[in-house]
Design a protein around this ligand. Structure first.
Ligand code: FEO
Length: 395
């Protein structure tokens, strides 16, 4: 499959409807994804990025329907990660001398992955490759989200090839933002931002400002995953700026795991207390052993405050919550308040352990945690309701 984007640009990637996990099993994919590769035909012919290795053979076969591979003058590797570079070895076996334009860090990553001494041409921000009527201008996007990441801007047609930035793991046969369900698109775009780009938010803001200062027109943003932004393409840039700036909504999220339902009942009572005081706030509860971790991280990203709960086990917390706090630390959420809760039988360390993790992860601890012994009775649940009321008042 391929499709024409405009007179000069053709999409030659792969829509992967079957994908359910990405980055190993670190990122859940509900709606498939795509690996977007673009063929630019001007006086010179350029291929921008490839696809994930399992689809390399299919990619080359389809590309050959579009063009004699020997007519490709330049390859641009905006990003060396395997989902975009995986078909390079197969392609380079066919056209071994073709120059590959990428950043210096891109060379390191590509050599690290494939151990090949291809004809690399290193580029940096502002370097330009003239291909005929259009020029391709390179813009390094270091740590968005790898050291090698880069954008390529095509003049005249005003297309920004942004690679991972502004993308989504979202398969569609239609491939344009104006042709897909906007709610689905938004939820996949925010999940992608929260789980992949959020740790680099300060750099996102700076890069957006840098690109906007260039004052170049952008008629289309061709990402490397999911749909192409062609209707009001800068809407996703503005959205990224909002997300990058310590984003929060009026939401409190309670995230817990439970052994014999005591910590769950505490969570529900705390939620009731919050609701007693604030009917406007969105309150969400998630049992981590039953919920997708990336969906929960998206909810943390949207929250102004979180409450983490675990019973005490072996002097610590349940393993699902241990994984959760580590994920929350790594994603570097900003501008969020927090506290902890949990049941215990004797030693009762879980609340202290959770609170310490939250503090180290950069959350502002606004209240001492609450712990209840054994199975919470009505008096204990009343204390939890009161705790919820006080918690929301402290925000
Ligand atoms: Fe889609 Fe960072 O690779």
């Amino acid at each position: 499959m391929s499709f024409i984007i405009n007179e000069k640009v053709t999409w030659v990637g792969k829509i992967d409807w079957e994908l359910r996990n990405f980055h190993g099993f670190e990122y859940s994919v509900d709606k498939g994804s795509s690996y977007n590769s673009y063929l630019v035909r001007d006086e010179k012919t350029v291929l921008i990025d490839t696809v994930w290795e399992p689809y390399a053979e299919e990619f080359i076969k389809n590309l050959k329907k579009e063009i004699d591979l020997n007519e490709i003058d330049y390859i641009i590797a905006n990003h060396a990660e395997i989902d975009h570079s995986g078909a390079l070895p197969a392609l380079m076996r066919e056209i071994p001398d073709t120059p590959i334009y990428c950043t210096a860090n891109g060379v390191k990553s590509l050599k690290g992955h494939f151990h090949e001494n291809w004809n690399f041409v290193t580029v940096k921000t502002g370097d330009t490759l003239s291909i005929g009527e259009n020029d391709l201008v390179f813009i390094e996007a270091r740590m968005l989200h790898w050291p090698d990441s880069m954008f390529t801007y095509m003049t005249n047609d005003n297309i920004l090839f942004s690679n991972d930035a502004f993308g989504q793991h979202y398969a569609s046969e239609y491939m344009y933002n104006d042709l897909v369900d906007p709610g689905e698109l938004y939820s996949e775009a925010i999940k992608y931002y929260a789980n992949i780009l959020n740790p680099f938010s300060p750099l996102v803001e700076r890069k957006i400002d840098e690109v906007l200062k260039l004052e170049v027109p952008v008629d289309m943003i061709c990402t490397s995953h999911g749909i192409i932004w062609r209707e009001d393409p800068l809407q996703i840039v503005e959205q990224y700026r909002t997300w990058a700036n310590a984003y929060q909504e009026n939401q409190i999220t309670l995230i817990y795991d439970t052994m014999w339902e005591g910590t769950r009942r505490m969570a529900e009572a705390i939620a009731q207390g919050i609701k007693d005081v604030d009917r406007g706030v969105n309150i969400k509860l998630y049992n981590m052993s039953k919920t997708d971790k990336n969906d929960v991280m998206t909810e943390v990203f949207k929250s102004k405050a979180v409450l983490l709960g675990s019973p005490t086990i072996n002097g610590s917390i349940l393993t699902s919550m241990a994984a959760t706090v580590d994920l929350m630390r790594g994603l570097k959420f900003k501008n969020k308040k927090a506290a902890a809760f949990g049941t215990y039988g004797w030693s009762g360390e879980s609340v202290k352990v959770l609170t310490e993790h939250l503090d180290k992860a950069g959350f502002e601890i606004v209240a001492d945690g609450i712990r209840e012994m054994w199975n919470p009775d009505e008096a204990a649940l009343d204390r939890c309701r009161e705790y919820g009321r006080n918690f929301v008042k402290s925000l």
